[in-house]
Design a protein. Structure first.
Lengths: 820, 217
């Protein structure tokens, strides 16, 4: 033990004399762990929220009985089933407005609620009577209580004027939901004796067949391991994970570079240790222990940094998930112990992977091996050829995935293979450029410039690969976001046809508002819309009722249409379909879609396909009057107004005064547009932040490679100094060399990045969201990104160059005095 | 104390076998000081490496006291070097990141045989008093070699092996370093085998043997 400790002390003494190298190693590990763990923390937080949502009083994690048309049904069926021995429990669901905010109201029957349903255990025994007995309770999550600006114990009124039972916080409850006794819910939602679904508990024995009790009135829905929300958000989390993984690998490039150099510098030390009697096993074991200890320390620091990164990004992620998918993620970060353990594990595993080649070399090192300082830079030409062949194989995999892959994972696989292949082929690409430069060089200094750049290449290639990947991702994602941004704004202009939007509290208020508006001279048109929900092939689908108005005909963002599409919409047997739903259902113009409606199947001819960006649900747009005929319970609360611009503020003020509408219930087009663009920008704020982080880490990788190379460059530079080149001139030449290879790398990153953007737009987005954007290239943005990459390279190169320019002649003389 | 019989070693160079040692026989008594000379490539360093267990012989035996070195595993040879052999190289091979004091003591420490009084005596005899906190790069060649000798003797080994210990030193410094080594070897009573090109130094030891074409001439 003592022997191992002394050997460890000797190995650690190396870092004391090479502080910058030590810092490099730690920075690499910390950066890798922090970014990976930060992203994982965000993903974990979101998944916990989905689990909570899924487990809330019979979400998709519980088997249930529902009506085939997804409508409510009589609670008589519940009584029949209970009498027949079915362990069912009724739930009624609807939406209510509290303090101007729309929330989900869930009515449950706690006595029959199956014990394995989420949150049910908290309603046992003592809580039960206060929940059921008048005045009852409204269970609410802490976040929702804050959102409603209410206190625990208060009994706020809903828009109809009826009061909720007193509020009580139930910590594990999902946000945006109010839970009351089913009797209370039936009263508040004005659905006496109605039930939305019946949850099924564990049966004792075999109950009678369902068909025999309720006929075709109810159908069984089996529990789903993955919720709809999880499916929808998979791509978002996969995207985050891909970024985390990329940053992790870029961090490992730094570690690999630091460990490789440290190993070569410590070779004589290892040999001396062996010569003095430390066995190979002892030295190798201590080398591994040293690495694991360093990874442990760096991993812990990385985890703390990862926590702060996650906490900083979480509000934007939560906003993105709410905006894109309607998912409610708490803004407060809570982490499980698995996250900490996984973070430490990934740090240690990453360090071992990054150091694997050095450790294998150490294990195989014969005690009499001659020292080969800087041998790690001297990659053999054979390696370049092998690496290029491997790159070709990886590109072939990308092509195969592109051709045969159907899933989102395959889409990301194409992206990963493209980038990995490009990184592998980069050294060969640069070698060819530098070789051409060398062939064309005139004069001894120019010849040395190119030849020395080639020699330096092997030491820099890992950092340059990191730069290539980071820049390509930046180009790809920025191009995609810019394309999306422009398309989105154009689409928004088409979708937001009305000048003022009103959301009435209920149908009665809707009628009152319409009547009041009829007498107003400043309102040019009142456009009533509607929205209903149904299920097609097991997926939720929105039915959007459009008024027949010239404004919609002019602006609606149709991608494809049949002749006379708008005219055919009016009678009610035709529909436009959203792009994502048309892809999902494989429906084209001219096809017929069968929609389950309360009165039976509604057959709709598809006469148009329109863009519906940002909507997680599939959508069919139909004539609003036809929608109300087919779905009589459609709330008629959505009203759009055409108003002259100058009359908008006055009209809004009058409406607010007349009907007590708050800002959430009435808004002008500019406000809605601004809010939509704000949500859009927040959605991509996380991507931009991760982009910047990745480029930053690549910059650090370049800096650390240059710093670690700086000392070993002296034997190449000292002879030039000896023959008359000044130190500042040498520094300038070194800087030019670094910037040249960075520029060549950046130039390769641009087409690679555009390819990444094309993959994101044409493959990943289509598979993840169901829509495809037009592909645009923004040259100015590309120039900007290349300039940023060169600036990062310049900053990375400056410190070693300043050191060289100010180096004391004695340091250069040492090269000749000592064989180093 | 050291008995070498019919020792052979062959290397491969450009695909051709090079017979470096072709049946070497050599004996060394306890406390005896022997110089080993020979032209470049005669196998002097190889012989020293085989005795120290840094490399494995192809044939023959090496016996140090009661241990047959040629039969030991890698771990056994490491243990032998740690406990019973001191090694001094031409290139000093000090650990650049350790101070003079730590370099001096580290073999004794990993062997678990650190003797503070003996280390202090070594420091005094080797004239390293004012240099203990310095690092190898801050020392002259002669000073570095004195540290290397101190490190090799800190464990009080049975045998001190030195491979061209004065090869990097000027003549006067070389004389000083060898004189110090002889004194310390006498003080510890260990055997001393030194590879050298210098006949001038070789004759100052008890015995002088020459290696020629892979055999003791």
């Amino acid at each position: 033990m003592k022997r191992a400790l002394w050997t460890l002390a000797v190995l650690l003494s190396h870092w004391r004399r090479h502080k910058m190298q030590f810092a490099t190693l730690l920075i690499g590990l910390i950066a890798a762990t922090a970014l990976w763990s930060g992203v994982q923390a965000i993903n974990q937080q979101a998944r916990n929220a989905y689990d909570r949502a899924a487990a809330t009083f019979g979400g998709v994690r519980t088997a249930m009985l529902v009506a085939p048309n997804a409508a409510t049904f009589s609670q008589e069926l519940f009584i029949k089933l209970r009498r027949a021995g079915w362990p069912v429990s009724p739930v009624l669901e609807g939406r209510v407005q509290v303090n101007g905010r729309s929330v989900r109201l869930l009515g449950i029957e706690p006595v029959t609620l199956p014990a394995d349903v989420g949150n049910a255990p908290r309603l046992g025994a003592s809580d039960l009577s206060s929940f059921v007995a008048p005045p009852g309770q409204t269970l609410v999550a802490q976040e929702t209580l804050s959102d409603l600006q209410a206190q625990e114990g208060a009994a706020p009124a809903i828009s109809s004027g009826a009061k909720l039972p007193p509020l009580r916080v139930l910590p594990q409850l999902v946000p945006d939901v109010l839970v009351v006794d089913i009797g209370v819910a039936q009263r508040l939602l004005n659905k006496p004796d109605q039930v939305s679904r019946l949850l099924i508990g564990k049966p004792k024995g075999t109950p009678a067949p369902l068909q025999g009790i309720v006929g075709d009135q109810l159908q069984r829905v089996e529990p789903d391991a993955e919720t709809e929300l999880e499916r929808l958000t998979d791509s978002f989390h996969l995207n985050l994970t891909a970024f985390g993984l990329l940053s992790f690998f870029v961090g490992l490039f730094i570690v690999n570079s630091a460990v490789g150099l440290a190993f070569e510098q410590r070779l004589p030390m290892l040999r001396t240790l062996r010569a003095c009697g430390a066995s190979a096993r002892l030295v190798n074991t201590v080398l591994v222990i040293e690495l694991v200890v360093l990874a442990l320390v760096a991993g812990l620091i990385g985890l703390v940094c990862g926590y702060f990164i996650a906490a900083a990004l979480l509000p934007d992620v939560a906003a993105s998930l709410r905006g894109l998918y309607g998912a409610q993620i708490p803004g407060q970060l809570t982490l499980r112990s698995e996250w900490w353990l996984a973070g430490i594990g990934i740090s240690i595993a990453g360090a071992l992977v990054a150091a694997a080649t050095s450790l294998i070399k150490a294990i195989r090192m014969p005690v009499l091996a001659t020292a080969q300082p800087r041998a790690w830079q001297q990659r053999h030409r054979r390696w370049l050829i092998l690496q290029s062949l491997a790159a070709c194989a990886v590109f072939a995999v990308a092509l195969l995935l592109l051709h045969y892959g159907q899933s989102l994972i395959a889409g990301f696989g194409v992206l990963a293979a493209l980038m990995f292949g490009a990184a592998l082929i980069l050294p060969a690409f640069l070698e060819i450029i530098l070789l051409i430069g060398q062939r064309w060089a005139k004069g001894p200094l120019a010849l040395w410039f190119w030849a020395d750049s080639r020699q330096q290449l092997s030491g820099l290639s890992l950092a340059l690969m990191a730069l290539l990947l980071a820049l390509a991702v930046n180009v790809g994602v920025s191009t995609m976001v810019e394309t999306f941004s422009r398309t989105f704004i154009g689409w928004l202009n088409g979708r937001l046809a009305a000048d003022v939007y009103i959301s009435a509290a209920d149908n009665a208020q809707g009628v009152a508002i319409r009547n009041w508006l009829r007498d107003r001279g400043d309102v040019q048109a009142v456009l009533s819309g509607g929205r209903a929900e149904t299920q097609i092939e097991g997926q939720p689908v929105e039915l959007l009722g459009l008024p027949d108005h010239a404004l919609y005909r002019e602006r609606w963002p149709l991608l494809e249409t049949a002749p006379r599409a708008w005219t055919r919409l009016v009678p009610g047997n035709a529909a436009f379909i959203s792009e994502q739903l048309s892809r999902h259902l494989h429906v084209r113009i001219g096809d017929v879609v069968e929609v389950p409606a309360p009165g039976g199947t509604w057959e709709l001819d598809i006469v148009g396909i329109y863009a519906d960006y940002g909507n997680p649900k599939g959508q069919l747009a139909v004539n609003v009057a036809a929608l109300i005929r087919q779905f009589p319970q459609t709330p008629q609360t959505r009203i759009g107004l055409i108003v002259a611009k100058e009359n908008i503020p006055g009209l809004i003020a009058s409406l607010q005064k007349q009907f007590a509408l708050d800002d959430r219930s009435i808004a002008d087009q500019a406000t809605v547009k601004a809010e939509s663009i704000r949500i859009f920008n927040r959605t991509f704020a996380v991507t931009s932040a991760l982009n910047a982080f990745t480029l930053g880490v690549a910059g650090i990788a370049l800096l650390t490679s240059l710093l670690t190379l700086a000392n070993s460059r002296l034997p190449q530079l000292a002879p030039l100094w000896a023959v008359g080149l000044t130190r500042p001139r040498l520094a300038a030449i070194e800087l030019t060399k670094t910037l040249s290879v960075a520029l060549f790398t950046s130039l390769l990153a641009v087409p690679l990045g555009l390819l990444v953007a094309w993959c994101l737009i044409a493959i990943v987005n289509v598979k993840a969201f169901g829509w495809r954007l037009p592909f645009h290239v923004f040259p100015l943005q590309l120039v900007e990104l290349v300039a940023v990459a060169l600036l990062a390279s310049l900053i990375a190169a400056l410190l070693p160059m300043v050191r060289l320019a100010r180096m004391q002649p004695a340091s250069l003389v040492k090269v000749f005095a000592n064989e180093r | 104390m050291l008995s070498i019989r019919n020792l052979s070693k062959t290397f491969s160079s450009a695909g051709e076998p090079v017979h470096v040692l072709r049946g070497v026989d050599l004996d060394l008594r306890a406390g005896e000081r022997v110089a080993l000379t020979g032209e470049s490539g005669s196998g002097k360093s190889t012989l020293l490496h085989l005795i120290a267990g840094l490399d494995a012989a192809d044939g023959g035996t090496i016996r140090l006291e009661d241990t047959e070195v040629t039969r030991l595993s890698d771990a056994g040879r490491a243990s032998l070097r740690r406990d019973r052999i001191g090694l001094v190289f031409q290139q000093f091979n000090l650990i650049p990141s350790l101070s003079v004091m730590d370099n001096l003591a580290f073999q004794a420490r990993i062997a678990g045989r650190h003797d503070a009084a003996w280390t202090r005596e070594l420091v005094e005899r080797l004239g390293l008093d004012g240099l203990l906190k310095r690092y190898p790069e801050q020392l002259s060649g002669g000073q570095q070699q004195r540290v290397a000798i101190g490190r090799a003797l800190a464990t009080k080994p049975s045998l001190l092996l030195a491979d061209e210990p004065t090869g990097n030193l000027d003549e006067a410094t070389a004389d000083d370093v060898l004189a110090l080594t002889r004194d310390l070897v006498a003080r510890t009573g260990c055997g001393f085998l030194m590879v050298t090109h210098s006949l001038h130094l070789a004759v100052t030891l008890d015995r002088h043997v020459t290696l020629h074409a892979g055999r003791i001439a």
